[in-house]
Design a protein around this ligand. Sequence first.
Ligand code: ZN
Length: 139
Amino acid sequence: MGRRARQRWVKYPPENVYFSSDGRNIEESVVLTVSEFEAMRLKHYINFNQKDAAEKMGVSQPTFSRMLERAHQKVTQALYEGKSIHVHGGNIDYKTSFLGYGCLSCNNEWEDQQASKERIVECPNCDSKKVYYLVREHV
Ligand SMILES: [Zn+2]
């Protein structure tokens, strides 16, 4: 029968889905935070288990699990609705490294080249102390 016999099972073919990091098509995109994206990368790309991935990000396992769940919801929405995925968090994209912090209270994320697990700071946005260390290495 050839190609014509093939059936499409999805409403939007994959070519409609692309990664955008430059803010284009912002109204047609879902926004992932750096931490949500990092949670997915550690779990599904590097294949850490949740315990090791949580440790790597310096958060508790339940917190890690919530980040991952939110990330899955957003990515599922983007795929299903044919939207692009925008990773928020300073001037970064998925190919570059990111060193900084994220805030559990207001979801703010900022870059800090001196950031470390031993030097946890307050959120500059809301003064919260519920801040986690965020590092993304180019792998
Ligand atoms: Zn904050």
